[in-house]
Design a protein around this ligand. Structure first.
Ligand SMILES: NC(=O)c1ccc[n+]([C@@H]2O[C@H](COP(=O)([O-])OP(=O)(O)OC[C@H]3O[C@@H](n4cnc5c(N)ncnc54)[C@H](OP(=O)(O)O)[C@@H]3O)[C@@H](O)[C@H]2O)c1
Length: 198
């Protein structure tokens, strides 16, 4: 299987690249700092990027940033930046990627536990993650050529020095555990699902 991993240089992405390579897949790992590279917030650059990559069987997106700010202090700009990056950016990849996915191939996006569980300042993360999960549910019904789409929802990832006090008491997982959910999505038959790693 030929797998394009956007965000493959990040914490979860690096482990996911390894997980696909361990089972013999050809992995193309990209981010803003690779060559070829892609910026999920720059849809105008995507046709040339996808042309340079060629046909893929799976697109795995493990990227997206949102600001953390309390609801009463959040500005429209804070929400817009979260929408444009983690939500809109991953949708940009799907819209531009459709013609480049092989028949019965797949997209796997990244959401997160903050869609269902909240911590202080997570209102934008939760809203964005909820949007990703809703997008996946409907897009799965409409994608052509048997192309599937799922999302992976990791809990907080284990950090060498423990995770932020904001997530005190949360169960955490290793990047390697999260990586297996992306493999399951790309190699499985399910569509429209959110695979929770928590
Ligand atoms: N870490 C956690 O505890 C956790 C928990 C639940 C959910 N998540 C979600 O998992 C995803 C990845 O998290 P992570 O901790 O692995 O992040 P990370 O370590 O910060 O890695 C982010 C990756 O995305 C790339 N990237 C950043 N901005 C980009 C852009 N505009 N276009 C293309 N690539 C871009 C980065 O590379 P460049 O900077 O070179 O572009 C890097 O490869 C995020 O959506 C996050 O919300 C993380």
């Amino acid at each position: 299987m030929r797998v394009l991993i956007v965000g493959g240089t990040g914490t979860i992405g690096t482990a996911t690249v390894d997980a696909f390579e361990e089972i013999g897949d050809e992995v193309i790992s990209v981010s803003r700092s690779t060559s070829p590279g892609v910026d999920i917030t720059a849809p105008e650059s995507m046709p040339a990027f996808f042309d340079s990559v060629g046909t893929i069987h799976a697109l795995v997106s493990i990227t997206g940033k949102v600001p953390y700010v309390d609801t009463a202090k959040a500005t429209p700009e804070d929400f817009s930046s979260g929408f444009a990056n983690k939500l809109g950016g991953q949708i940009n990849l799907v819209l531009a990627g459709i013609p480049h996915i092989a028949e019965r191939g797949s997209f796997t996006l990244t959401t997160g536990i903050l869609a269902q569980h909240s911590v202080p300042g997570s209102v934008i993360a939760g809203t964005v993650n909820g949007g990703i999960e809703a997008f996946v549910k409907t897009a799965a019904l409409e994608l052509p050529l048997g192309i599937r789409i799922n999302a992976v929802s990791p809990t907080i990832i284990e950090q060498p020095n423990g995770h932020s006090a904001l997530f005190r008491g949360f169960h955490s997982v290793t990047p390697e555990e999260a990586a297996q959910a992306y493999v399951r999505s790309a190699h499985g038959i399910e569509t429209g699902q959110v695979f929770r790693v928590w």
